[in-house]
Write a protein that binds this ligand. Sequence first.
Ligand SMILES: NC(=O)c1ccc[n+]([C@@H]2O[C@H](COP(=O)([O-])OP(=O)(O)OC[C@H]3O[C@@H](n4cnc5c(N)ncnc54)[C@H](OP(=O)(O)O)[C@@H]3O)[C@@H](O)[C@H]2O)c1
Length: 380
Amino acid sequence: MESKVSRKLALVPKKFAELRIKDVLTVERDHKIKIYELIKDVDVLHKKEAQALHNETQLREEFAKLKKKKQENMRTLQKRKESMAMMANNRKYGANTGKWAVVTGSSDGIGKEYAVQLAKKGFNIFLISRTQSKLDALSEEISSKYKVETKSLAIDFASDKPSNYELMSQVIKSLPVTILINNVGQSHSIPVPFAETEEQELRNIITINNTATLRTTQIIIPYIQDTLKANKGTRGLILTMGSFGGLLPTPYLATYSGSKAFLQSWSAALAGELSPQGIDVELVISYLVTSAMSKIRRASMTIPSPKVFVASTLRSVGRRCGAQDRFATVTPFWAHALMQWWIENTVGVYSKVANTLNLKMHQDIRKRALKKQARLQKQE
Ligand SMILES: NC(=O)c1ccc[n+]([C@@H]2O[C@H](COP(=O)([O-])OP(=O)(O)OC[C@H]3O[C@@H](n4cnc5c(N)ncnc54)[C@H](OP(=O)(O)O)[C@@H]3O)[C@@H](O)[C@H]2O)c1
């Protein structure tokens, strides 16, 4: 017989159970609400994240645009600075005021470019070279294109005749000269051991590269001095073409190498003498440039065309460009400057390593040149 109490007691687990179900439902509901709230939060966060990403992309794009614009502005600024410096340079030497530039070896290659680019800057040009027909054609081209005056003189510097220099003086004595470009030069027809170098080639190289350069400079200096006296504030300029052949002792081009090394010392010494008088003297060092002399036709990163080479030279005059570790000496073309820097800071220009590498390189060039000569002879 169930007592009242026991009946009540029997109800207790049921109550508990109901209570538990109620609790569970409440908890479940709370969880659902929480989950719903969390989903909502996550959704909001997703949207915020997407917005932030969008903003970030936009900012990145804007940043990239600003960076590009800044680079463009820097380039324009640099170009402006360079052209201002160029204009100042040109004014310094008397551009567009009837002043004259004398360029030797000016009918071809690098010399022709010096003549053209100086005419473009507003200098009258006195062209000196070997072939009259080439000089006439260039005179005509320069004067009609750039509206400057020209004069020309066809002489063979190799002959070393005193009459050559008399003729030069005759032309120059009436001209207000401020610039001399000592460009004329000759190298060996192909690399050759010194002992086998033909006497005529040896004499020509020394006569053209050294004697003619010195005599021409000696004749022209007084005329530059006179021009500067009559034109206060104007400066004079004497540029002389050096070479990597003179920078590095070069086996198989020994005479050419020595003649260009001679110009290094001579030009720097002259710079010391003439600088106080307002005449800038610089030796221009160059590795290969496309020309008849180098026998290279196609320009590359390390071998510029005469146009590119001369533009970099005229840009560098009186400024810190290219390799300038030596007084009054410049290696204006950037790739040549890097090469010079690398050689000077690794093996060194006068080292055995540099000499041996140079020897191997020129022995190979000689071999190829002799093969080509033999091939051509067979074809004849
Ligand atoms: N090209 C290179 O890779 C290189 C590298 C380093 C240094 N350089 C130096 O740069 C200078 C110019 O070289 P480039 O390659 O432009 O030479 P290029 O193309 O052979 O031109 C030489 C110029 O000099 C004239 N010339 C040659 N012999 C002459 C003589 N006996 N009398 C009068 N004029 C003469 C030539 O006149 P014609 O046209 O009438 O023959 C021509 O106008 C030289 O001093 C050279 O040593 C050149």
